[in-house]
Design a protein around this ligand. Structure first.
Ligand SMILES: NC(=O)c1ccc[n+]([C@@H]2O[C@H](COP(=O)([O-])OP(=O)(O)OC[C@H]3O[C@@H](n4cnc5c(N)ncnc54)[C@H](O)[C@@H]3O)[C@@H](O)[C@H]2O)c1
Length: 330
């Protein structure tokens, strides 16, 4: 079932006091954030520039129909304020952004979405008195230069791209709005988010080759064989976001949000242990992932990942088998 792109608020009201808005809430991570918020019993409104009808049914299953999706552009401050007021929003997960691919293809547009859009979100929080906003920063702000050590929460940033630079600017804006205006917003530096509904991105293609293809008896060519990603399962990213939103004001303004750091080679070995005849070729090279230290997020709002790399691989494989009409592995 697809989400309804109309105003269903009247029929969805369930006597629950707090309403959460998720920008980019029909995208990949946004859908997992929506799931985690719904699991806490809160109402959710997705504020979407480019509504995606495919991801909610994959991530939310039968509950996809319960979500209200409204059209809106981050570049239109008045529209953001209008939606916040109409739906009596108290908390915001600001997940929408121009992702790496858009930043590379169209830097001027991407900077508008990521920097002006972020400023508009903060300004809307200030104008409407939003209790808290958690927003999608990225582990990419640290660049690929830290190897052999877990990157501390307060490590020096070294953004290697327009995309990462826009996230650093977002962190600066968040800090500014907090100290000047008391707007409580915190950055979630997600690592390598993986889960059902991944887009056709570099990461999505990697999981296709590593898990979906062998799950369906097809060959897979796995990139970045020398790398060690921090595998952050989508639901853990969502859990971290709702935990941050519901926490009292934190000391830090941005947090490393980790999953399970493990080598690509170990993931390949694990997939082969589950599917002994898996036809996998592993490329050499690195994407440039780094291990992050997530202890500050744990200390300040209690987030710890629950999904190991092995659990994630098995979930992906069983999803691949389901799509291929095959029974799950035990
Ligand atoms: N995927 C990862 O591993 C990862 C890691 C770290 C951070 N992030 C960040 O997480 C967020 C979500 O990434 P994703 O992988 O789910 O991408 P995605 O492309 O699936 O989702 C992005 C969403 O933003 C919306 N959007 C884009 N421009 C908009 C605009 N002008 N107005 C309103 N909505 C707009 C799109 O409609 C889409 O739903 C992004 O901010 C990204 O930078 C992703």
């Amino acid at each position: 079932m697809a989400a309804k792109y109309v105003d269903l608020w009247a029929t969805n009201s369930g006597g629950i006091s707090m309403a959460y808005m998720v920008t980019g809430g029909t995208g990949f991570i946004g859908s997992w954030v929506v799931k985690a918020i719904m699991d806490q019993g809160h109402k959710v409104v997705c504020f979407e520039g480019f509504p995606n009808a495919e991801t909610h049914p994959i991530v939310l299953g039968d509950r996809a129909d319960e979500v209200t999706v409204v059209n809106g552009d981050l570049l239109h401050l008045h529209r953001i304020v209008e939606v916040i007021q109409k739906y009596e929003i108290t908390h915001i997960a600001h997940i929408a952004a121009a992702t790496l691919r858009v930043c590379e293809a169209n830097p001027p547009y991407a900077m508008q979405v990521n920097v002006t859009g972020m400023t508009n979100m903060l300004e809307a929080c200030r104008m409407t008195g939003i209790k808290k906003m958690a927003w999608a920063s990225s582990a990419g702000i640290f660049g690929g230069s830290y190897f052999g050590e877990a990157i501390a929460n307060d490590a020096r940033v070294s953004p290697p791209s327009i995309y990462a630079g826009s996230k650093v600017l977002g962190e600066n804006l968040s800090e500014h709005y907090f100290t000047r205006y008391g707007v409580d917003s915190i950055g979630m530096r997600y690592t390598f988010v993986n889960g059902h509904g991944m887009p056709n991105s570099l990461g999505g293609k990697m999981i296709d080759n590593l898990c979906y293809n062998p799950a369906q008896g097809k060959p897979g060519q796995v990139p970045w064989g020398e790398d060690s990603p921090d595998w952050l399962w989508g639901y853990d990213a969502g859990r971290a976001t709702i935990m941050a939103l519901d926490a009292p004001t934190t000391k830090s303004r941005a947090f490393n949000i980790c999953g399970d750091n493990a080598k690509v080679a170990d993931a390949v070995d694990y997939v082969r242990s589950l599917i002994p005849d898996a036809d996998l070729t592993v490329d050499s090279g690195k994407m440039g992932f780094s291990e992050l230290d997530g202890s500050v997020a744990e200390a300040e709002f209690g987030y710890r990942p629950e999904t190991t790399m092995e659990m994630a691989m098995k979930l992906h494989i069983n999803q691949g088998r389901k799509l291929g009409g095959l029974p799950p592995l035990d």
